[in-house]
Design a protein around this ligand. Structure first.
Ligand code: ATP
Ligand code: MG
Length: 433
């Protein structure tokens, strides 16, 4: 026997009927993005490694230990499977000079790759949906993005997420805070874990992002960035909060919220749930006014967020939200293969009218179509609302029997094959109560 090949650990196949939940989320995202005038951008999954090292920061979890980086065997280029998409979007915006006529509102969906320990809500290939507003510096766009996320939660029926908010201030404020942070951690050097010791002088803010429970108490008592903010940063933060207030969006200020990448400044936020254990952040984002400059563009402000698709869907399931109906409207029962040339054009007409039809087909070329009884069994199991019976008697009189399988079980009527346009619509699920 040939050895079976399996998917890479931490990388999942998304199969039907589960994939219907993905499609439903994607449809809701497209609607909500359109309503907020965000347009779709698609960037490559592979980018130069330098983009992430420069963009995300050298001393971050992602760059230090999570990236799938490799050398292109053919030309020696250093490449990386994207661990997130903001850096790639910024690269594309700069490369194509998209900001020359003003700000751009963009969104994306797609797979990301991080070499982490696989567990519930944490995978090596996972999927993000993200929104980015580039070229806008004011607090109203920070708020718009948060409102956009809230609108999405409403559209998909997501409950039990709370919004946490913080401000990381501006570079001079960060510098002051950094000095205070180093002094504080040096005083408690004996309580630092390995990561923290290593980062103490290279990137002390990252220590606050630690996932090590043993570091929590120490981090909780650390100097807060909020206490170092100057007037302008505070005004920006207060303006964001005021807009959320008038829109009835609840939030909690979390002075410990720093996010995992170095590119953030001013507003940062996360939507968090208690229902997914320690993988509770479903969406995170913030302002990144210096990233465009760092990636080689002309300085321009920007703000954005990304949500984890797996975590959002997991939470929806956890809440008991039903899976979308994937059954076809009708299942075509065809006792004799010889009638297929007459049957199949009828099915195509129905489909062109928007009626979804699953046609019975035998498993192997040599098998017959199977008995009526076994075909009805398949029709029932498919979940279709109607069976269309193309039996020899029906066909001889130019008709088809339409039998209700679910609502009004067993009710049946005959319809003329020559007048599909007149009765076909009645099978459409969108017309049913
Ligand atoms: P975490 O703190 O859980 O590691 P993060 O801060 O690394 O998350 P971001 O880089 O901000 O996450 O990514 C945004 C969102 O993408 C997260 O809030 C989460 O929902 C999702 N996400 C991040 N990493 C993974 C992963 N390995 N598997 C599944 N979802 C992920
Ligand atoms: Mg992470």
């Amino acid at each position: 026997m040939v050895e079976k090949l399996t998917a890479v650990k931490g990388m999942n196949d998304i199969l039907p009927p589960e994939s219907a939940r993905w499609e439903a989320l994607e449809t809701a995202v497209r609607d909500v993005m359109r309503l907020h005038a965000y347009r779709n951008i698609r960037t490559p999954i592979v980018e130069p490694t330098a983009l992430f090292v420069r963009g995300l920061g050298e001393v971050t979890d992602i760059v230090e230990k999570e990236m799938y980086s490799f050398e292109d065997r053919l030309n020696g280029e250093q490449l990386t499977l994207r661990p997130e998409s903001t850096a790639g979007v910024v690269r594309a915006v700069v490369e194509h000079n998209l900001l020359y006529e003003g700000g751009k509102r963009l969104y994306y969906m797609g797979p990301m790759f991080r070499h982490e320990r696989p567990q519930r809500g944490r995978y090596r290939q996972f999927h993000q949906i993200g929104a980015e507003a580039l070229g806008f510096g004011g607090p109203e766009v920070d708020a718009e993005l948060i409102l956009l996320a809230v609108a999405l939660w409403k559209a998909i029926g997501l409950q039990d997420v709370r919004l946490e908010l913080n401000s990381l201030g501006q570079p001079p404020e960060r510098l002051q805070h950094r000095a205070a942070l180093i002094a504080y951690f040096e005083q408690h050097a004996d309580q630092l874990d390995e990561d923290a010791k290593r980062r103490l002088h290279s990137n002390p803010l990252r220590i606050l992002d630690s996932k090590n429970p043993a570091m929590k108490e120490l981090n909780d008592a650390a100097p807060k960035l909020l206490d170092f903010l100057g007037e302008e940063s505070l005004a920006h933060f207060n303006a964001v909060k005021a807009i959320l207030d008038v829109n009835g969006v609840n939030y909690r200020i979390n002075p410990r919220l720093v996010r995992g990448m170095d590119y953030y400044n001013l507003t940062v936020f996360e939507f968090i749930t208690e229902r997914l254990g320690s993988q509770g952040t479903v969406c995170g984002g913030g302002r990144y006014d210096y990233l465009i400059g760092e990636i080689g563009g002309k300085h321009a402000p920007a703000v954005g967020w990304a949500l984890g698709v797996e975590r959002v869907l997991e939470l929806l399931k956890e809440q008991g939200s039903p899976s979308p109906d994937v059954a076809a409207d009708a299942y075509a029962i065809v006792p004799e293969a010889s009638s297929l040339p007459r049957v199949m054009p009828v099915l195509q007409t129905l489909r062109s009218m928007g009626v979804s039809v699953q046609m019975h087909a035998p498993t192997g070329a040599a098998d017959g179509m199977g008995s009526m009884k076994s075909q009805f069994k398949k029709a029932d199991a498919s979940g279709a609302r109607y069976a269309l019976v193309f039996g020899p008697d029906e066909l001889a009189s130019g008709q088809v029997t339409v039998k209700a399988l679910r609502d009004g079980q067993g009710a049946q009527r005959t319809e003329a094959l020559g007048h599909v346009a007149e009765w076909g619509h009645s099978l459409q699920s969108t017309l049913l109560p």
